[in-house]
Write a new protein. Structure first.
Length: 331
């Protein structure tokens, strides 16, 4: 009878959306929110390895889309989400942190940016690939009025081709507004690649051939870890101008490490590690590029990063004995 009641009780919890790790209070299980992009999965596994080998936690991962994951963190179904793009979910983030349900452990990397990118070789050349600089003075969107013909659209030679974000993305419309606001309508024509994959493919194809290309893109991404691309300058972000016509740089996103506050109150031993954990955008880009080249395995990428950046993660740990233990596991 007792066994039957337990089974019924367990089933009720599973149906309600609470995962099994949540039932076992104090068992040092840590549940990461594996949301639907690669950088968060990489950061989750770097943190998981350190916690498992240094603090004897058992890491588990729950996959979900973005908002269900954030709500799961708030409820306590998840313990840690290593990337919350706070401006993208501003209302939820402000409420969850102000009510004390979610703890903000600081940023995981510097503010993430998006903008218009070109290959560095068109400005500086590339001796190894026998590529000469063809736009030595290209620095800002204003300079595109001078260099538009470098990006000439073969289907419409009277204008340069700008590879836009796919239709349906907010960035697609924003970039069209920017072209107008910057006085570039007579010089540049936006081209819809159709998908994120097609956009990346177009950029990579031009890059591999050493050809000029200008495109919208964002960080952190595997592509910008693989290619040496430069974001051209736009007027500094101004909220009033942004609301008026998007005629300035896009806002950068703050990307925070978020922890369920109740879980965190019971696990203060890892507070220092969580708060000190931080990478550059370029490091994240490089790790994602390595990950893409190695079976898209976040676990392999995490181990690669930790082996390549020993002194960095040692500074996050703050305990010589734990450092020694983790170091042994990486050998």
């Amino acid at each position: 009878m007792k066994r039957s009641l337990f089974v019924v009780f367990l089933c009720l919890f599973i149906v309600s959306g609470i995962t099994a790790p949540s039932l076992a209070a104090g068992n040092k299980t840590i549940v990461f929110g594996d949301l639907s992009w690669d950088s968060i999965q990489f950061h989750n596994r770097v943190m998981a390895f350190l916690l498992e080998e240094g603090w004897n936690y058992k890491a588990e991962y729950t996959f979900s889309e973005t908002m269900p994951g954030y709500l799961g963190l708030e409820r306590g179904d998840l313990d840690i989400i290593m990337e919350v793009w706070t401006e993208a979910q501003k209302e939820w983030w402000e409420k969850a942190t102000s009510t004390g349900k979610v703890f903000n452990a600081g940023t995981v990397f510097p503010n993430a940016a998006s903008g218009w990118y070109v290959p560095r070789y068109i400005m500086n050349g590339d001796k190894e690939r026998n590529i000469e600089a063809i736009t030595p003075d290209l620095k800002s969107v204003e300079d595109l009025k001078k260099y538009w013909n470098i990006f000439k659209n073969r289907e419409n030679p009277k204008k340069g081709r700008f590879y836009n974000a796919p239709t349906g993305w907010s960035a697609h419309t924003i970039n069209i507004d920017k072209i107008d606001a910057y006085g570039l309508k007579e010089f540049m024509e936006p081209f819809d690649p159709g998908s994120a994959t097609a956009l990346a493919t177009a950029i990579k194809a031009a890059y591999d051939k050493g050809e000029p290309v200008i495109a919208y893109y964002w960080e952190p991404t595997p592509l910008l870890g693989q290619l040496d691309m430069v974001m051209i300058e736009e007027p500094s972000h101004n909220p009033e101008i942004w609301e008026k016509n998007h005629g300035c740089a896009s806002p950068s996103y703050t990307v925070a490490k978020a922890i369920n506050a109740e879980w965190f109150s019971r696990n203060q031993e890892i507070k220092g590690l969580l708060e000190r954990y931080h990478m550059t955008l370029d490091q994240t880009n490089q790790a994602l590029a390595w990950m893409k080249d190695h079976d898209n395995s976040a676990e392999k990428a995490a181990l690669w990063f930790l082996k390549e950046n020993m002194e960095q993660w040692k500074g996050w740990i703050g305990d010589p004995e734990k450092v020694k233990t983790i170091e042994e596991k990486l050998k």
